[in-house]
Write a protein that binds this ligand. Structure first.
Ligand SMILES: [Zn+2]
Length: 220
């Protein structure tokens, strides 16, 4: 993804550190991965965290190696390099020319499903029955997402258009991070709408009866 504007909204250091340490769950990892593809600032930050982590490991007292460690290391060297799967192209209902982030390569995406007036989602399958959920959200121009809060962190990487949340504008390449308990009602750009990749930790809690009714049907 080539983005010419400066990216102004990033995941916080706690999220980037967890990504560098490999402790981030799969759903947020897919979203942070999509952000890192677009953001050189965060790529550099993650590389720094990884370097610090490596230096800390090096500083630890060496432990006795398992007797077969050398054998296993040599076998790993001889093993064929993992082949990175090609990025999946968007399903047919995506606007033409939109390619998915490479972080979604190998993931199965469900079809676009109506979720609320002007809003459709495509679930990353296999992640839907877990505590963490990941999905693409497509909002028509000028649509307001139903008012809600959530149990855990919500991350949204903007892939097309723009999103306005809490008086802030998030454009392509930006990552909007909402902390647990924040009650918010994001809106899509009035002209371009928005497609974003979202990870939610835990359940959303719609604040209005319409949202609660929709939640019974789509289990978000
Ligand atoms: Zn960034």
């Amino acid at each position: 993804m080539t983005i010419t504007r400066p990216i102004t909204h990033h995941p916080d250091d706690g999220v980037l550190l967890a990504h560098a340490a490999g402790t981030l769950g799969l759903a947020p990892r897919l979203v942070v991965g999509a952000h890192l593809e677009a953001c050189s600032t965060c790529r550099a930050r993650v590389a720094r965290f990884e370097a610090v982590g490596g230096a800390m490991l090096d500083a630890q007292a060496p432990e006795a190696l398992a007797s077969d460690a050398l054998e296993r290391a040599m076998a790993a060297l001889d093993a064929p390099a993992p082949v990175e799967p090609p990025p999946r192209l968007a399903p047919a209902s995506f606007p033409l020319g939109i390619a998915l982030p490479r972080s979604l390569a190998g993931q199965r995406l469900g079809p676009w499903r109506w979720t609320a007036p002007g809003i459709e989602i495509s679930k990353v399958e296999g992640l839907w029955k877990t505590r963490e959920r990941c999905f693409l959200l497509k909002a028509a121009p000028g649509v307001t997402v139903p008012h809600h809060d959530h149990d855990g962190v919500e991350l949204a990487q903007i892939l097309t258009g723009a999103l306005i949340d809490e008086d802030e504008r998030f454009e392509v390449g930006d990552c909007a991070q909402a902390e647990p308990g924040l009650r918010h009602q994001p809106q899509s750009d009035p002209k371009d709408g928005c497609i974003c990749l979202i990870a939610i930790d835990g359940r959303t809690r719609p604040s209005q009866w319409t949202g609660r009714l929709i939640q019974r049907f789509i289990d978000i």
